[in-house]
Design a protein around this ligand. Structure first.
Ligand code: MLT
Length: 221
């Protein structure tokens, strides 16, 4: 399904498994709304998929926020775009009648997912952050209330500076997220191991809102 009156060009694919939370798919630099659909289906079969295209163009390549150079972010833009993405998610939830999604982001998509978690925590039920960096120099004071977050990083990643994966895990844990971190012996590109880890984690994680929805469906059914 295409965009309707929602602000981001996006794909929406309804799921068929009530207990699987919706996924918000966030592509990397140069990707688009189609890129992560296969990944989303593999990581959480039966989940509803909501997949926007980043609205910033860098030499024609879509992204979710501006950067000044590789690895140096325009933080004012990160903040503004995280709020725009959060507003889109809220509008899409109302339009499609879905619960709070779990973000599944790769690279630039993982970075906007982390920023959105920190700036608009109510919008996401949790996050899978693949090859993520610390998105903001100043972490906002926020309580993530035990939301599950998975961080999967590459030991030889040439794009994510050394130490960022650990710093991100620490700051999200301090913000009271339930963080699981994995370091793979790989670079920036995704591998089958990412899919396997994310799939296992999705099945085990306890997402607050989904549990409530399933329980209330059980009570009324
Ligand atoms: C970013 O700009 O978000 C990161 O450097 C990752 C990337 O998109 O290359």
């Amino acid at each position: 399904m295409m965009s309707g009156n929602l602000a981001f060009i996006h794909r929406f694919e309804p799921g068929n498994r009530l207990e699987a939370p919706p996924l918000l798919l966030l592509h990397g630099t140069g990707g688009d709304e189609n890129d992560l659909l296969p990944l989303g289906r593999a990581v959480s079969p039966g989940s509803t998929l909501l997949s926007p295209r980043g609205q910033v163009l860098e030499r024609g390549m879509p992204r979710f926020f501006r950067r000044l150079a590789e690895g140096i972010f325009d933080e004012a833009d990160v903040r503004r775009r995280a709020h725009e993405l959060a507003d889109f998610v809220q509008a899409a939830r109302a339009q499609y009648g879905i619960g709070a999604p779990v973000a599944l982001g790769f690279s630039n998509g993982a970075n906007i997912a982390a920023a959105t978690l920190l700036l608009r925590p109510d919008v996401l039920a949790g996050a899978v952050l693949l090859r993520a960096m610390v998105p903001l120099a100043q972490t906002p004071a926020v309580d993530l209330g035990g939301k599950p977050v998975l961080i999967v990083s590459g030991k030889t990643d040439p794009i994510v500076p050394t130490g960022h994966a650990g710093q991100l895990a620490t700051l999200l844990s301090k913000a009271n997220a339930d963080v699981t971190s994995e370091m793979l012996p790989v670079g920036h590109h995704l591998t089958q191991a990412d899919v396997t880890i994310a799939n296992g984690w999705m099945r085990a994680a306890r997402f607050q809102e989904r549990r409530d929805v399933v329980e209330s469906a059980r009570r009324s059914g």
